[in-house]
Design a binder for this molecule. Structure first.
Ligand SMILES: *[C@@H]1O[C@H](CO)[C@@H](O)[C@H](O)[C@H]1NC(C)=O
Ligand SMILES: *[C@@H]1O[C@H](CO)[C@@H](O)[C@H](O)[C@H]1NC(C)=O
Ligand SMILES: *[C@@H]1O[C@H](CO)[C@@H](O)[C@H](O)[C@H]1NC(C)=O
Length: 293
C-alpha cells in the first residue's frame, strides 16, 4: 500500500484541502443591499426565493442605513456598506454575488468602483437609477413635498443639497452644466466630471465577471425607467439608450469594456411596479436565479 508523502501535518492539510473542494461545491454567498426608505424587512421575500431555489446559499441582507437614514450622503453609506460587505468577502475565497435594489444599486456600483480588492462575481442591479433620476414621484414628494421636478435642481445642485442621497443622483437634463459642476456622487462615479481616480475606479469595477441590469416600463418610480439600463434623457427629454451615452462611448467607468466582453446582461419586464421587483417570483426566476451559482 502506498502512503501519502510528507509529514502527518502536511497530510492532514492535504486532506482538509480535498474535503474543502468537495464540500463547498455549493453556491457563492449572496449579499443584498436595500433601496431608499426601506431595509432588510422588505427584502425577506427575495432572500427566501434564493434559499428555496438554491438551498444552502448564505444570504446576507445588510442592515444599515434603513428607512429615513437611507437619505444620508451616499459616499458615507458606501463606507458603511463596504465595511459590512468586506467581512463577508473575506470569508468567501471564491467570491460573492451582489444583488442591489434601487438606490442600493448605485451604492453597490460606487463600492465596486472604489474597492480595489473586491471579489464580487456577479453584480445584479435591480431597478436602480444607474444613469440618474429625473421625475415627479412619490419618493420625491416625501423628501420635497411641494416641489416639481423642474425646480428640484435649485435645491439639489449646491453643497447642502448634495448631502441628501436623492440629490446625489438627481440628473436634470435641462441643467447639465450645474449637474456636472455640483454633483458630488453620480457625476464622479460616471466620470461626467473627469477626475484623477477614474482609471483606477474603472479597473476596480471591471473585476466583476458579470453585470445584470433589470428594470421595466411600469416601474413608476425610476424616471426614465431606462435609467435602470443606463439609458437617460437628452436635453429634450428623449431617452438615449446606454450605447449612445457619452460615458459609454468614452468608457469612463468600464461599461463599454464590460459590454465588449459580453458581460452585460439586460432583463426587461413590464407589469412590475417599483416596490414589487424584489418580491416577484417570475422576475426572480427569469432575471436573477441563473446568475446566483
Ligand atoms: C424601518 O421601518 C420598518 C417598518 O417599515 C420597521 O419595522 C423597522 O424597525 C425600521 N427600522 C429602523 C432601523 O428604524
Ligand atoms: C468624452 O470624450 C470627448 C472627446 O475626447 C471629450 O470631449 C468629452 O469631454 C469626454 N466626456 C466625458 C464624459 O468623459
Ligand atoms: C410579476 O411579473 C410579471 C412578469 O413580468 C408581471 O406580469 C406581473 O404583473 C408582476 N406582478 C407583480 C405583482 O408585480
Amino acid at each position: 500500500m502506498r502512503t501519502l508523502p510528507g509529514s502527518p501535518v502536511l497530510r492532514l492539510r492535504l486532506l482538509l484541502l480535498l474535503l474543502a473542494g468537495v464540500c463547498t461545491d455549493g453556491y457563492k454567498p449572496v449579499v443584498i443591499v436595500h433601496g431608499i426608505f426601506d431595509g432588510p424587512e422588505q427584502l425577506k421575500t427575495l432572500s427566501l426565493f434564493i434559499t428555496k431555489v438554491h438551498p444552502g446559499t448564505e444570504v446576507s441582507v445588510i442592515d444599515l442605513y434603513n428607512n429615513l437614514t437611507s437619505l444620508y450622503p451616499l459616499w458615507r453609506q458606501v463606507q458603511g456598506f463596504r465595511k459590512a460587505i468586506r467581512s463577508i468577502m473575506r470569508k468567501a475565497p471564491d467570491g460573492i454575488h451582489l444583488l442591489c435594489f434601487s438606490q442600493g444599486g448605485l451604492i453597490c456600483r460606487a463600492l465596486l468602483s472604489t474597492t480595489p480588492d473586491h471579489n464580487v462575481d456577479t453584480f445584479i442591479s435591480l431597478s436602480s437609477p444607474q444613469a440618474g433620476q429625473y421625475g415627479d414621484t412619490d419618493y420625491l414628494k416625501k423628501v420635497f413635498p411641494d416641489c416639481v421636478k423642474k425646480a428640484v435642481f435649485e435645491i439639489c445642485y449646491n453643497r447642502l443639497g448634495q448631502t441628501v442621497s436623492i440629490c446625489e443622483y438627481w440628473n436634470d437634463p435641462h441643467h447639465r452644466s450645474k449637474y456636472v459642476q455640483s454633483n458630488n456622487f453620480l457625476a464622479k462615479l460616471n466620470g461626467d466630471r473627469p477626475h484623477n481616480d477614474m482609471k483606477a475606479w474603472r479597473e476596480n469595477f471591471l473585476r466583476i465577471k458579470k453585470l445584470v441590469l433589470i428594470g421595466g416600463p411600469d416601474d413608476g418610480v425610476i424616471a426614465p425607467w431606462q435609467s435602470s439600463h443606463f439609458g437617460f434623457y437628452d436635453s429634450n427629454e428623449n431617452v438615449v439608450e446606454m450605447r449612445n451615452q457619452e460615458f459609454y462611448g468614452n468608457d469612463t467607468f468600464g461599461l463599454k469594456a464590460l459590454d465588449a466582453r459580453g458581460d452585460v446582461s439586460t432583463c426587461v419586464h413590464s407589469g412590475v411596479k417599483h416596490v414589487y421587483w424584489h418580491s416577484n417570483y417570475t422576475v426572480f426566476m427569469s432575471c436573477i436565479e441563473r446568475w446566483l451559482t
